[in-house]
Design a protein around this ligand. Structure first.
Ligand code: ZN
Length: 537
């Protein structure tokens, strides 16, 4: 079928015919140029030397794939000095030499290729009548230049996990443009030094408290002001809070829980298999602890142990420094399989359903993977509770395995967050644990630390360090000593507006991209995708 008129033009060409062939729209056109510039000697030539065809793919039109059938000229170069005897017309604006696609089509493919995985991209593009292989899409992504031309002045550096808990990388962000400028393998001083050696123009670096980054920067970027990241400092504080709570957790558990804070949910015994899993998990940690201690005797540090032990650096470091085996934080036990369905079960119980097989069937359709045994245990416990006197709940055997006091991990946030951000329940819980003298003392310190970070007040910092250095809590004193060792960087954190908030955002984006590639992407492809910025190409 021949279509006579088309609602568009191809500049420099006369459209001679438009026809439909299978599911494609073919647009035939001939070049109208009468002269061209020799790409070698830049001289104009008007001497035609015949024609040759090009058949590039273009953007689709009215739901059909479009192919151009172009007849372009070949010219003769008359310059006797020029080694090029003939040359073809060029269209740098929209059809690069030898390209099989127009620039506007490549642009769309690139956007899709950076947005989703190559395979999803191929499928999505097919709906829009663009036929392209996943490999071609990947090639377009890999060939896109992504290294920024601007030299960054203020950067943020942070680490991210390539394989969770095993292999890490570092991300460097230009704080002023908010664009990722480099993704590096590893996060040791050796890994990041070459980049800083090559970028002596960097004036300010925001970082977390990793000694590796500190050493690398001090050695290779002495001109740069190091600034501790305020958000990481808050995380350090939260971590400290968790340790402080853990050290008095037994005492906190003994405080009589006010009735309004008591959980109305029955706790239930774990199945034998769940108990076995927990025991096995503890044994694995214990074995690892002994192994770390053995390697420590041989003179290895945690970074060197990473080569042999497939565990996270943080775990190795924790075990390395622990004088004895660190049990898991109290209250932080494996979740029961039943946990996501407890609210539902509770509502069904309230509605009068007490059949194990019925309840099991119902939650199975919602995705519960376990056996009816756990449901039966829960139901027994729930029935007991229903007929028990609330005051005696604590003495019931079903509550024996867990307390209604949240884990140290959860409680830590209550001490660190601003009071106005707490819910009524959390505020009541905070009030409850502050009955303990140590927690009461620590809470004031924690709140002042958060406050001075927010207010960016160096005077308050000096006062705080003075007070905290004399704290009755040894962990607080250790924390303060650590901060004092980095006093200049800590002070800079308050004096400079720069912080790692943007870096955190980019790491979230990196994780998203990694998930999209189902964790199978090579480091190079990941780097390409993370460094890409739609405005840049
Ligand atoms: Zn020439």
């Amino acid at each position: 079928m021949v279509i006579n008129t088309v609602p568009f033009t191809l500049p420099g060409f006369t459209i001679t015919e438009t026809r439909q062939e299978e599911a494609r729209l073919i647009i035939e056109a001939s070049s109208t140029a009468t002269s061209a510039i020799c790409p070698n000697c830049q001289q104009v030539s008007r001497h035609s030397h015949g024609w040759y065809p090009r058949r590039p793919q273009d953007l689709p039109c009215i739901g059909e794939g479009v192919y151009l059938e172009l007849t372009v000229r070949r010219f003769r170069c008359l310059n006797p000095e020029c080694p090029k005897k003939t040359f073809a017309e060029r269209f740098p604006d929209w059809l690069p030499t030898y390209a099989r696609r127009t620039t506007r089509l490549t642009k769309v493919l690139r956007r899709v290729g950076f947005e989703v995985s190559a395979e999803s991209g191929r499928r999505i593009l097919r709906w829009f009548a663009i036929t392209i292989s996943g490999d071609t899409l990947l090639r377009i992504v890999k060939r896109t230049p992504v290294v920024p031309t601007r030299t960054p002045r203020v950067v943020g550096i942070d680490d991210w996990a390539l394989r969770k808990g095993q292999r890490y990388g570092s991300l460097i962000l230009d704080q002023e443009t908010r664009q990722v400028v480099e993704l590096l393998k590893g996060r040791t001083a050796e890994d990041v030094q070459p980049w800083f050696q090559a970028h002596t123009e960097v004036e300010i670096v925001t970082r977390d408290r990793s000694p590796e980054y500190r050493n690398a920067l001090t050695a290779t970027a002495p001109q740069a002001q190091q600034v501790l990241d305020r958000w990481h400092l808050l995380l350090n504080l939260r971590h400290l809070a968790e340790h402080v709570i853990a050290s008095v957790y037994r005492r906190l558990k003994k405080l009589p829980m006010p009735f309004e804070l008591q959980s109305s949910r029955p706790r239930f015994l774990r199945s034998l298999r769940e108990q076995q899993r927990m025991d096995a998990s503890r044994q694995r940690r214990l074995d690892l602890y002994h192994e770390v201690q053995r390697l420590k005797q041989l003179g290895l540090n945690p970074s060197q142990m990473l080569q042999q032990l497939p565990h996270s650096y943080y775990t190795l470091r924790l075990f390395y420094h622990a004088p004895e085996f660190p049990e898991r934080m109290p209250g932080r036990t494996l979740r029961s399989k039943l946990e996501p369905y407890l609210d539902y079960l509770e509502s069904r119980f309230q509605a009068g359903c007490q059949s194990v097989s019925q309840l099991h069937k119902e939650i199975q359709t919602q995705g519960y993977p376990g056996t009816p045994t756990l449901v039966s245990n829960w139901l027994q416990a729930r029935r007991l509770l229903a007929y028990a006197d609330p005051a005696s709940v604590d003495t019931l055997p079903i509550t024996a395995t867990s307390s209604s006091l949240p884990s140290a991990h959860k409680l830590a946030w209550l001490l660190v967050l601003a009071p106005e951000k707490l819910t009524d329940h959390d505020a009541a819980m905070l009030c409850h644990i502050r009955q303990d003298e140590a927690i009461h003392h620590f809470y004031d310190l924690a709140q002042e630390f958060r406050g001075l970070l927010q207010a960016r007040s160096t005077e308050r910092l000096d006062d705080w360090l003075e007070t905290a250095a004399h704290s009755t809590l040894p962990k607080v004193r250790t924390f303060t000593r650590g901060l004092r060792a980095e006093y200049a960087f800590l002070r800079a954190a308050l004096e400079h507006e720069w912080s790692n908030g943007q870096t955190e955002g980019q790491i979230t984006r990196l994780k998203f991209i990694k998930r999209q590639m189902y964790g199978r992407a090579s480091f190079e492809l990941l780097r390409q995708k993370v460094l890409y910025h739609p405005g840049s190409t």
